[in-house]
Design a protein around this ligand. Structure first.
Ligand SMILES: CC(C)(COP(=O)(O)OP(=O)(O)OC[C@H]1O[C@@H](n2cnc3c(N)ncnc32)[C@H](O)[C@@H]1OP(=O)(O)O)[C@@H](O)C(=O)NCCC(=O)NCCS
Length: 201
């Protein structure tokens, strides 16, 4: 599957020390998305506690960043028996622009290269978005105990899949550096426009 991302931003793996970025993203989710990702009525403290451990050694998280702010995340948690749990969250203003699909594609490639064969995610029956997203990756959707389970199987790793991950990691680093430079330029331009405005008064 090719990326059909139309939103502009950078997709890259989050580093273990980037907990704050992830936590702020989770806390910005609207109540419905928070309900879909965590459960009804989950408090800010619970989310913060979860985010503190979400970038641990058993996890790999891909993020979608816009101007250095995390707007989407795809979490992969490795389990025993070549299986993993996944969850995807995209903030409201960036939905339906392919971010979820692009994040999931990266996650699937990473899982494949780590020997994962089956990725499972749980979502609410009314969550059409997540079900559509899983279906794009040939996900098998099953229904039990009021929940919907989507199971996506990954191909075994091969030299091309390993190369694709390494290439994407490399381009993400380049894109991140470029993004940071553009932001600095934007800030410098804004600052000089503000100073120019002050001088002409
Ligand atoms: C589910 C979610 C990750 C989708 O992210 P997204 O960036 O909008 O996804 P995409 O733009 O890549 O769209 C993927 C597919 O889902 C469809 N879709 C997305 N949201 C939809 C919705 N609310 N209703 C119906 N279809 C939807 C898109 O049309 C697209 O379908 P297509 O294959 O026919 O083109 C996002 O809506 C979200 O974060 N929801 C809240 C958290 C959540 O429910 N997470 C899942 C549980 S872990």
């Amino acid at each position: 599957m090719t990326d059909e991302l139309t939103a502009s931003g950078v997709i890259r793996k989050l580093m273990p020390w980037e907990t704050a970025l992830l936590c702020e993203h989770f806390l910005r989710l609207d109540p419905e998305a928070r309900n879909c990702r965590f459960a009804a009525g989950v408090s800010d403290d619970t989310i913060t506690g979860y985010a503190d451990t979400a970038l641990g050694p058993d996890a790999l998280v891909h993020g979608f960043l816009v101007d250095g702010v995390l707007r989407g995340a795809a979490e992969l948690r490795l389990l025993d028996d070549n299986a993993a749990e996944v969850a995807v969250t995209v903030e409201d203003a960036w939905r339906l622009t392919g971010v979820g699909t692009a994040l999931f594609g990266r996650l699937l490639l990473t899982a494949r290269n780590r020997g994962v064969r089956s990725l499972a995610m749980t979502c609410l029956p009314a969550n059409r978005g997540m079900q559509r997203l899983a279906a794009r990756f040939d996900g098998k959707i099953t229904y039990a105990s009021g929940d919907v389970f989507a199971d996506v199987s990954a191909q075994p790793a091969n030299p091309l899949s390993l190369w694709r991950e390494a290439w994407r990691d490399g381009s993400s680093v380049a894109a991140t550096v470029l993004d940071a430079q553009l932001n600095l330029l934007k800030r410098a331009r804004k600052r000089s426009a503000e100073l120019g405005g002050q001088d002409s008064r």
